[in-house]
Ligand binder design. Structure first.
Ligand code: IN0
Length: 396
């Protein structure tokens, strides 16, 4: 905490936000008990929220914003997705069993005997899988329309993950498809839950392109940011058709972080991620429920702030670059409506614009993407036009 305060020393509004979050956040603070002990002490639903708190604290706070019945559905959705991800990520899990299990995983939400022992690289994930019947019982207590959305997304995601076990991410199309499976589908599922709850327009569940883009913007930001961590974990998500334009081996960037080719590759991927901003802004502009809006908007403003931080930043190749905790706290507290989102996207897009250099091979693409973002923000009315333009491009 002290380190975070120090880093925000020049930004008083961030100090204030951090302290406010610290106080407000107390009620969501993860319990001092281990998840294992909590599994013995708590009801099924309490355990689900404790597990959420343990695996993703800031997200657990954001999810609390949601209307009551939607909160339970999203909490279970998050845990089912986390379970899928834990199985996919576990390199010790025998491949011969892993992929069939992922393809079948959607059925496990109905099977109260299903659980897995000794799976996962973090204790809390392992405990979650060992106590999976608790998640299943809460899942079965949800309204059938929520159950359908969650198991449908689980089916598509599990099969998508298994499909990618045999193929690598080479082209931008592969990259978009992989991100669709692990994150775009989450957006589509959430839109389904928001519509089913009545908190949002019933038509939101049909906005697949915009919902997908919400997930792609988050996932591509994570993939760019996590280059170093993934390289160490022998995980490759950077599309080879891109990075091979700048180096023969992916670890060249880690070995030569200050080489012009390294930041050129990084900037290429940031420019690709910016492609999803106008759809994400369009999606957020059609949300009507304030709690749903904050739940969706907070991760998006975190993502654009992260893209601004990683753009042209060699630190990405040697460590984990994250936005200051104080800035994250400020974004969390001060994102209430679409004007705030436009304000933050404008601020961080300008930060990238300031870093632009005419020597960068993608200078013109990046500038064009940023101009599209500024145009979207300045004239929300022509948002619809931009969507049509995007769809025409997609249909080509
Ligand atoms: C999420 C997303 C999420 C939230 C709201 C709307 C969304 C629309 C489309 C797709 C995803 C949406 O948000 C979380 C945020 C999160 O977990 N952040 C981490 C920080 C981090 O860096 O991972 C935290 O600890 O706060 C998210 O990133 N994902 C996610 C997972 C499940 C659900 Cl229900 C919602 C993960 C991912 C891969 C981006 C979908």
């Amino acid at each position: 905490m002290l380190k975070d305060l120090y880093q925000s020393a020049l930004f008083p509004s961030e100090i204030k936000a951090m302290l406010k979050i610290k106080i407000e956040g107390q009620k969501f603070a993860p319990s001092k008990h281990s998840l294992e002990e909590l599994a013995l002490m708590e009801s099924d639903k309490e355990f689900c929220y404790s597990a959420l708190n343990k695996v993703s604290r800031s997200f657990a706070m954001v999810i609390q914003q949601l209307p009551e019945d939607l909160k339970d559905a999203v909490c279970v959705f998050y845990l089912v997705l986390r379970a899928l991800d834990t199985v996919e990520d576990d390199m010790k899990f025998p491949e011969a069993e892993k992929w069939p299990l992922l393809r079948e995983f959607h059925k496990k939400s109905y099977d109260e005997t299903f659980k897995l022992s000794g799976v996962g690289d973090q204790d809390d994930y392992t405990v979650l899988l060992e106590n999976y019947p608790k998640v299943t019982r809460v899942f079965k207590s949800l309204h059938p329309s929520y159950q359908y959305v969650i198991s449908d997304i689980c089916y598509k995601m599990g099969n998508g993950m298994a499909d990618f076990s045999e193929k690598k991410v080479h082209s931008i199309e592969d990259y978009d498809l992989y991100c669709h499976y692990v994150a775009g589908l989450v957006g589509i599922g959430l839109s389904g839950l928001f519509s089913a709850s009545g908190a949002e327009h019933p038509g939101l569940k049909d906005q697949n392109q915009l919902s997908n883009s919400m997930g792609l913007l988050l996932q591509k930001t994570n993939i760019i940011r996590d280059y170093c961590e993934d390289l160490q974990g022998d995980r490759v998500f950077w599309p080879s058709d891109v990075w091979k334009q700048y180096a023969d081996d992916l670890d060249f960037f880690h070995k030569n972080p200050h080489h012009p080719k390294s930041v050129a590759c990084l900037n290429h991927l940031v420019t690709d991620a910016l492609r999803h901003v106008s759809d994400a802004l369009a999606y957020m502009s059609i949300l009507r429920n304030k709690k749903v809006f904050r739940f969706c908007a907070i991760p998006q403003v975190m993502a654009i702030a992260t893209l601004a931080k990683v753009y042209n930043n060699p630190q990405v190749f040697v460590g984990n670059v994250k936005i200051r905790k104080g800035l994250a706290a400020k974004l969390m507290l001060e994102t209430h409506n679409i004007e705030d989102v436009y304000e933050y996207f404008d601020q961080f897009a300008r930060e990238i614009l300031r870093k632009l250099s005419t020597n960068d091979p993608n200078y013109h693409n990046t500038k064009a993407q940023l101009e599209l973002i500024f145009a979207t923000i300045d004239e929300p009315a022509n948002l619809a036009k931009n969507i049509l333009v995007q769809e025409e491009k997609m249909s080509v």
